[in-house]
Design a protein around this ligand. Structure first.
Ligand SMILES: Nc1nc2c(ncn2[C@@H]2O[C@H](COP(=O)(O)OP(=O)(O)OP(=O)(O)O)[C@@H](O)[C@H]2O)c(=O)[nH]1
Ligand SMILES: [Mg+2]
Length: 341
């Protein structure tokens, strides 16, 4: 095993969504030491913060697919390996469904695993209106799970729920990224005068369970804000998977100095009772407002709504009788397969 810096935690953004989210994370004081960005599109690097940028040279005249991007990445694999080498924990962040993040996130994860890191995937799943992206996203999610110790899934549709009527796609992306980063930053926050952090070990202890982990955020300023914000987060999670499958959870509450110990105790107890007596870890930040914000990470989901996105896996009941390259060998007829639920 190579030497590892025990403090070294790296976040790698892959593709457009991955680069944007990691860039936002890099601007916060979190338990992440280094940042790296991998993409076929140099525009993805324009606004990102400090960190290693790995550009894959892709022909502009060719429509990219995940498999083409994987093939083209051969020339930069050693650069990616160097970027993640020596890390104890690597977060691989990507939006799934396009070409770059879909093709490369599982590959980057495999490389990080080979260099002995604990690898956690952070997968942003397509909006409901992006039906044609579902198959690639489903296949890639399954691959990412196989190449990591745990995957945190973020549902773009759930994040979009709080956008205003008539918002542009750019605004929706910004809002979704803001929400995703709010929850990730809560979980990975450092200790401070106003923060009782959860700590990386407890977050990893929650994520590294069988199945998938899901993220949700909800807010309330009502008299019953603890109950209401918690219920909002649980409802978001149950749009994607069965809440009763949860085995572990992390709850992070952000409020002001009126956030008493009994509020925290109530929230932890309520969550445990609603979610199958799951093991609940928690953290608190008192630098918020009178509105209570609940960030929730729940893990242990053996099945999610995304299982249907990858019909080949469903048809063959998860057995690996089909080579993964079928993802691009069967472009025709996939819609037919998807519609035979
Ligand atoms: N939350 C969020 N989702 C995004 C963002 N950008 C794209 N997405 C979604 O993420 C998925 C993948 O899209 P991209 O990240 O643009 O794809 P890519 O990995 O760059 O792949 P190509 O551009 O096709 O090579 C799609 O479902 C998009 O709707 C973003 O900034 N935030
Ligand atoms: Mg892109």
């Amino acid at each position: 095993m190579p030497d590892q810096n025990p403090d070294s935690v790296i976040a790698v953004g892959v593709g457009s969504a991955g680069c944007r989210i990691v860039s936002l994370l890099s601007k916060q004081p979190l338990l992440i030491d280094r940042f790296a960005y991998v993409s076929c599109d140099k525009n993805d690097f324009e606004l990102v913060g400090a960190g290693k940028k790995v550009l894959i040279d892709c022909p502009v005249e060719q429509k990219l697919t995940p498999s083409i991007v994987r093939g083209l990445s051969i020339t930069v694999r050693h650069t990616i390996l160097n970027a993640v080498r020596g890390a104890r924990v690597v977060f691989v962040v990507a939006g799934l469904g396009g070409a770059t993040g879909t093709g490369l996130a599982p590959l980057v994860a495999e490389m990080a695993q080979k260099s002995w890191a604990t690898v956690v995937g952070v997968a942003v799943m397509p909006f409901d209106f992006e039906k044609r992206l579902r198959f690639y996203a489903g296949v890639s999610l399954r691959r990412l799970r196989a190449a990591t110790s745990g995957v945190i899934v973020i549902d773009n549709d759930t994040l979009m729920k709080s956008s205003r009527e008539g918002a542009t796609l750019k605004e929706i992306y910004q809002l979704a990224n803001g929400e995703a980063v709010t929850v990730l930053a809560s979980l990975l926050s450092k200790s401070s005068e106003t923060t009782l952090p959860v700590g990386l070990n407890k977050v990893l202890g929650t994520v590294l369970q069988d199945g998938y982990s899901l993220l949700a955020v909800s807010r309330s300023g009502s008299i019953d804000k603890t109950e209401e914000a918690l219920a909002g987060a649980i409802i978001s999670i149950s749009r994607v998977a069965e809440a009763k499958e949860v085995s572990h959870a992390v709850l992070f509450l952000t409020g002001d100095s009126s956030l008493s110990a009994s509020h925290v105790g109530l929230a932890v107890k309520r969550l445990g009772s609603v979610m199958n007596e799951a093991d609940v870890e928690y953290g608190v930040n008192y630098a918020g407002t009178s509105q209570l914000q609940v960030s929730l990470l729940a893990s242990g989901f053996k099945s999610t709504k995304y299982d249907d996105y990858d019909p080949l896996s469903k048809v063959f009941r998860g057995k690996d009788v089909i080579d993964d390259s079928m993802e691009y060998a069967l472009p025709q007829g996939l819609e037919a397969l998807q519609s035979c639920d």
